[in-house]
Design a protein around this ligand. Structure first.
Ligand SMILES: [Zn+2]
Length: 480
């Protein structure tokens, strides 16, 4: 004990905290290189959904900007409604010669029944050129659009959008309909008073779906092969964001399974909901997760047994300490006398008090860091990061690049850097954003409450059993 302290230090109220120096977390989105492929696939799906009586051209994705050729992807910009044998279809709308064309040969207006015409919006089309192509006069367009406020939505056209015209025997517009998305369509129907606007919204059914994949190049490619959307893959990575560092730890042979909500309308897939349960085997170690909403209405993921919610963070990295300053978004700094946010929590304790790692992780920094003084930054998986500042010194073996276990002593309370007295300044980041480590909102921080254990297990057990069963079935099918 060589350090001699003078008068017993006042509990520091604060210290500097221009918490800007921390390198932003490597965003998971950086890993998402195949997103274009996913987008392309989505487009493909929606085209199929739109497939009415018309020709829908599917192109091989050989013009993909990234050269990422998926097995069945088409370009997101695939020319819709332009069969390859008609070269003039794109320009067709512009020449509009006004003559009614009952037997139009162009691709845009394909007659199905004499008075029903479906038009695909092409580049350069406007509603008036399309009306003209269908053989309707400008007065008809005006009458339809001015019939109501909502009717004007028909003038906001997107390339590829389908417009369905129903004409009367004498060539008057009877109805106009367009499908805006898998779940939404709008229509105008003529009656005695003019046109009535109608919007149809389909509420999708939600079913649960199982998927499994084995990684042999990247999580995103394997997930895509397993039929997971980009968003769902991101969700999966987030669910295991504490346990697994998706930037560093993923290996060929890693395996994932999940049960998730799938939204279905008219027997077509229209989107996904939440991941209900998942299992991820990373380098031989298996992690489980079950989505659970507790009686207070808080939703979080827990490990399947509910007891040991993965390795929860230690909420307080110093024992026998007192909170001397809480997390806030604006307070007066005692040294700088300016309003500054305090993006962490201060724990006042005697000089030399041990500081513990809040969770397992990799030491991103153990060294001096400006006003923070002696600082340790720990990266926990890909999502979480903790910072410990003003240390007197580092514990043995603590150095940049090393690993730490939860609860391991990393250093000792001091007052290095811009600090008014011995304390720990502690910060917690989720995906690069500072959060209050004392808030109850931190995901996965606490195990399931004892009085909800039974309720949780009633949910968890069947979900795990389903994954076991589906996997067995799937593997048996693959063996054939
Ligand atoms: Zn502080």
């Amino acid at each position: 004990m060589t350090s001699i302290s003078k008068a017993p230090p006042l509990y520091p109220k604060t210290h500097i905290l221009a918490a800007s120096g921390i390198a932003a977390l490597l965003s998971l989105t950086l890993l998402v290189f195949p997103s274009r492929e996913v987008e392309a696939k989505k487009t493909y799906l929606s085209l199929e959904l739109d497939n009415g009586s018309e020709l829908v051209l599917r192109e091989k994705n050989d013009l993909h900007p990234d050269g990422l050729n998926g097995d069945q992807d088409i370009s997101p910009f695939a020319k819709i409604g332009q069969p390859s044998n008609t070269s003039n279809s794109a320009e067709q709308s512009i020449e509009a010669d006004d003559s009614t064309r009952p037997n139009t040969e162009t691709a845009d207006a394909t007659p199905v029944e004499p008075n029903h015409k479906t038009v695909r919006v092409a580049n350069g089309d406007t509603l008036s050129t399309i009306f003209a192509d269908v053989g309707l006069p400008a007065t008809s367009l005006h009458e339809a659009l001015s019939s109501s406020k909502e009717a004007k939505q028909f003038s906001r056209l997107k390339v590829g959008q389908a417009l369905e015209f129903q004409l009367s025997a004498d060539g008057q517009l009877e109805s106009l309909k367009s499908t805006l998305s898998d779940l939404e369509s709008i229509s105008l129907n003529k009656n005695e008073k003019g046109f009535t606007f109608k919007r149809d919204i389909i509420k999708p059914d939600v079913k649960t779906t199982y998927a499994r994949g084995v990684i042999n190049s990247s999580l995103f490619l394997s997930a895509k092969r397993a039929g997971l959307s980009h968003g769902l893959t991101m969700d999966l990575a987030n669910v295991f964001g504490y346990d697994i560092d998706f930037a560093m730890d993923i290996r060929d042979g890693d395996e994932f399974e999940l049960v998730y909500e799938e939204k279905v309308a008219n027997n077509k897939h229209v989107g996904t909901g939440n991941i209900l349960s998942a299992r991820f085997t990373n380098r031989g170690k298996t992690f489980t997760a079950v989505r659970y909403t507790d009686k207070q209405g808080n939703t979080s993921y827990y490990s399947a047994d509910g007891t040991s919610m993965r390795k929860a963070f230690i909420r307080t990295p110093v024992d026998f300490a007192r909170i001397s300053s809480r997390f806030s978004n604006g307070r007066r700094h005692p040294i700088l006398n300016k309003i500054r946010a305090h993006k962490g929590v201060d724990y006042a304790a005697a000089r030399g008090t041990p500081i513990k790692a809040a969770g397992d992780g990799k030491i991103a920094l153990a060294g001096r860091k400006g006003g923070y003084g002696n600082t340790v930054v720990i990266q926990h998986g890909s999502r979480y990061r903790t910072l410990y500042a003003h240390m007197q010194g580092f514990a043995k073996g603590i150095r940049t690049g090393g690993n730490v276990k939860q609860g391991q002593i990393i250093g000792y309370i001091g007052t290095t850097g811009l600090s008014t007295g011995p304390h720990l300044h502690y910060e917690f980041q989720v995906n690069g954003t500072h959060v209050d480590p004392l808030s109850q909102k931190l995901p996965m921080a606490d195990p399931i409450a004892r009085n909800e254990k039974q309720r949780f297990m009633q949910l968890s057990t069947p979900l795990m059993a389903r994954m076991d069963q589906e996997k067995t079935t799937l593997l048996a099918l693959n063996k054939r």
